[in-house]
Design a protein around this ligand. Structure first.
Ligand code: NAD
Length: 358
């Protein structure tokens, strides 16, 4: 790489109490793209790690974006909208040119609208639909997760029909992953949320489970199936395991109990990195997070192009399929290493072409 990080900006504003960071890791392939998170114990190191991860994710998705990330410390009593406006004001010089913002933890379309108002429509994605946005609520990430499994199965000459699947989390990613996998013919036998897991050997139906979650607040209140703990989901005898909520859920303690032959990482870093290789050596196929959950950022790119929802879904499909295939063609076992090497080559190629390195 040209250098480790291109820009690390600390932003403060005493009037609103804003204290945040914007980190641009690499812009060889285009403006740095990455969301803004609003979190209590945020550190610059956390934002740096996320910014670098975005460089590889965007390159692997083959988008004309570099990698960046921002964070605002969620202090008590802040006026969030005023803080976001102050953040956009301070970063006006790079927004839309070197950095394109977007939503992340505790940031939604309302905050993105404020950034657009302050720094222009091209400075941010995830805007409200009435402002030409493609909100995450359309399900692009879950669609990509489902497709990544289908593309991997097709690579090995198989299909998704009849595969038994367990999904951790029933939020934005988990719900759409279930919906699209059900449409593809998979049998979703277990789904969890913060209250526990619902397990039904004969299969759960998306519409029914969604209704239960909406009415009762938890999947565990579903009338069909057996209630298990959140931890038990990872030990179920299923074909496919999809961690889709929290980090490091597959760890030293439970890795020996995982029975699934395929793990699709819908959440970020759900498996402790050193354990991924161990699982791969045991013959478990892992579709890594930055390949499987790239649907959201692909949708962001479509928004910058001004494309509609229908086009966005087509683009997500095309890109996810192509990238899963490229990863498996490089290495069917050590998939994270394979995808990372493809992403790094793409960034290095752009750096050479731009004359940043020889
Ligand atoms: P979300 O807030 O919409 O949903 C999170 C879900 O996790 C909820 O259903 C919650 O009940 C569940 N959950 C919380 N604690 C749990 C526990 N102990 N056990 C089981 N489930 C639990 O979040 P999301 O947008 O679906 O994101 C999920 C993950 O995917 C995160 O790691 C996120 O970084 C990653 N991700 C999301 C997107 C996106 O577009 N939303 C894109 C890329 C990656």
């Amino acid at each position: 790489m040209k250098e480790d990080f291109e820009k690390i900006i600390e932003v403060k504003d005493s009037r609103t109490g804003l204290h945040g960071f914007c980190v641009i890791h690499n812009t060889a392939r285009g403006p740095g793209k990455g969301g803004i998170r609003f979190a209590k114990n945020l550190t610059v190191d956390e934002v740096k790690g996320l910014a670098e991860a975005m460089t590889w994710k965007n390159a692997m998705a083959d988008l004309p974006f570099g990698g960046a990330k921002s964070g605002i410390i969620a202090r008590e009593g802040l006026d969030k909208k005023a803080v976001v406006r102050a953040f956009a004001k301070r970063l006006k010089g790079i927004l839309g040119s070197e950095y394109i913002a977007g939503p992340d933890m505790r940031m939604g379309e309302e905050e993105m609208a404020i950034i657009a108002d302050e720094a222009g429509f091209h400075s941010v994605t995830g805007k409200p639909a009435t402002m030409g946005g493609l909100p995450h609520e359309l399900g692009s990430t879950g669609y990509g997760v489902a497709l990544s499994l289908q593309a991997a199965q097709e690579y090995f000459g198989k299909g998704v029909e009849g595969l038994t699947v367990a999904i951790e989390g029933f939020g934005n990613v988990g719900t759409f992953t279930m919906k699209f996998l059900e449409e593809m013919g998979a049998k979703i036998v277990a789904v969890s949320d913060s209250k526990g897991t619902i397990y039904a050997k004969e299969g759960l139906k998306y519409d029914d489970l969604y209704k239960t979650k909406k009415e009762k607040g938890t999947v565990t209140a579903h009338p069909v199936g057996e209630k298990l703990t959140t931890a038990q989901l990872f030990e179920l005898d299923v074909d496919v395991l999809i961690p889709g909520a929290r980090p490091y859920v597959i760890n030293e303690e439970n890795v020996g109990k995982v029975k699934a032959k395929i793990i699709v990482e819908a959440a970020n870093i759900p498996i402790e990195p050193k354990l991924e290789e161990m699982l791969a050596e045991k013959g478990v196929l892992i579709i890594p997070d930055f390949v499987a959950n790239a649907g959201g950022v692909i949708s962001s790119w479509c928004e910058t192009r001004g494309w509609d929802e229908e086009t966005m879904f087509k683009v997500v499909e095309k890109k996810i399929r192509k990238n899963v295939k490229a990863m498996l063609e490089r290495d069917e076992r050590y998939t994270r290493k394979a995808a990372l090497s493809i992403a790094k080559e793409r960034v290095e190629d752009a750096e050479v072409k731009r004359g940043w390195r020889s």
